[in-house]
Design a protein around this ligand. Structure first.
Ligand SMILES: Cc1ncc(COP(=O)(O)O)c(C=O)c1O
Length: 426
């Protein structure tokens, strides 16, 4: 058995300080039970907890750590930036460099704004879309998660779904009355929502990752684009997870669908707090001081986050994505073999280096089907894996991530552990 004495003691102290003992809900392990692991250190593909146990990390801080922990180039870039001063509240060259790097990778982002989290990025993009179109209502996907801004906390995925919350207390009916919810992969429902409402925008994760990882059906994103065009609404891709994860150009490059606005976070900040929203030149001209849509931030464009993001993006070339996909394929083949060998009914979904193992027999295409997954079984799987030194997302309806720090042997260790874990929970 793992020693958990120090984590347990810290959790007791943390519960006196923080709601649920945590600073973000899903960290509390409520969906899987048990005491959260307090982490002390990470290096490459591995993390160590305060009790000295080590784990191969397949959570990757919920997505940002595509190079793994404490990549030497990222650490050096952050240190160099810190020596130059940690914040100015004024423009710096690093903002221009990172902005150019993002625009080169994602040409739809002609102009952009740096903020400090994915939540700020989506909240601001929505404000811009409303300002630009003069319309109020917008379409959101059931089980899509776009951070915790009020209007976006209707029928949300991730922790909202995991904790079984209908949305959130404290969000007024007024704040969500203009949020129109439709299921993913359902063109007819979206068409009906457009027909019945004046819609400013559709906000969508092109590859949803907060109801577990789900793929868009053939032609779905293209048809969402066409509906937005027909009804003069903006298309907002929330690529906070998929951006720089599934490829340098994000999901929009893979599916060949150009959104009007894109939201980024996670990888683009290299593990530091950063979000970005941007898109069409004319739309982004609405943002103050050029236009009437106000949005600002004391720490926006923070030099440390800029430096970390630049250091990460410099390493994400085609070879890096080929390597990540090869690791993903190796994991997929191994897990499928383990499922076949143990006879456990499950769906393995993967997009490059992101994945979810749904414990259900039927295909998962949207939130309703994702919710049919057996969360109790996932909880047992999670703990069996944790005891074997594999750190996974502590909830079924989330995605795991492989990093460039993972080696073939790490993937094989995951597969070997999952064979045992699946046999145990079968
Ligand atoms: C798709 C998506 N959008 C937005 C967010 C919110 O980002 P943040 O947690 O940085 O506020 C998340 C967070 O997980 C996300 O997965």
């Amino acid at each position: 058995m793992r020693n958990t004495a120090v984590s347990t003691a810290l959790f007791e102290r943390a519960q006196k300080l923080f709601p649920g003992g945590v600073n973000s809900p899903v960290r509390a392990f409520q969906a899987v039970g048990g005491t959260p692991v307090f982490l002390a250190r990470g290096q490459g593909a591995r993390v160590w907890d305060v009790d000295g146990n080590s784990y191969l990390d397949f959570l990757g801080s919920w997505g940002p750590l595509i190079l793994g922990h404490a990549d030497p180039d990222v650490v050096a870039a952050i240190a160099a930036a810190a020596r130059d001063g940690t914040s100015f509240g004024a423009s710096t060259e690093r903002e221009v460099l990172l902005g150019e790097a993002i625009r080169d990778a994602m040409p739809s982002m002609q102009r952009m704004r740096f903020v400090s989290s994915g939540t700020e990025a989506t909240m601001s993009a929505l404000r811009v879309a409303r300002g630009h179109t003069g319309r109020i209502r917008f379409i959101k996907i059931e089980g899509g998660y776009h951070g915790h801004a009020d209007a976006l906390l209707a029928a949300a995925g991730s922790g909202v779904a995991t904790l079984g919350l209908p949305g959130s207390a404290g969000v007024t009916a007024g704040a969500v009355q203009d949020t129109i919810i439709v299921p993913f992969n359902d063109e007819a429902a979206m068409e009906a929502a457009f027909a019945a409402n004046q819609i400013a925008a559709v906000i969508i994760e092109p590859i949803p990752a907060n109801m577990g990882l789900v793929s868009p059906g053939p032609g779905y994103l293209r048809s969402v684009r066409q509906m937005c065009d027909r009804y003069n609404a903006l298309l907002i891709f929330d690529e906070v997870i998929s951006g720089f994860r599934v490829g340098r150009g994000g999901a929009q490059a893979i599916f060949g669908v150009r959104p009007d606005l894109t939201c980024l976070g996670k990888i683009v900040g290299g593990g530091l707090p950063l979000g970005v929203y941007g898109g069409q030149r004319t739309v982004m001209s609405e943002v103050a001081p050029e236009g009437p849509v106000y949005q600002a931030g004391t720490l926006s464009g923070n030099p440390l986050a800029m430096a970390a993001g630049l250091a990460v993006l410099r390493k994400l070339d085609q070879a890096a994505y080929s390597r990540l996909d090869a690791l993903g394929q190796r994991l997929e083949a191994g897990i499928r073999a383990a499922l076949a060998a143990t006879g456990v009914a499950a769906q393995f979904h993967r997009a490059g280096s992101a994945f979810t193992l749904f414990f259900c027999a039927e295909p998962v295409t949207d939130f309703a089907s994702a919710k049919r997954a057996d969360t109790g079984r996932y909880a047992r799987f999670f703990h069996e894996m944790l005891d074997r030194g594999i750190y996974l997302p502590p909830a079924q309806l989330e995605a795991g991530f492989i990093s460039l720090a993972h080696q073939d042997g790490d993937i094989d260790a995951f597969v070997a552990a999952s064979r045992e874990a699946l046999a145990t929970i079968r």
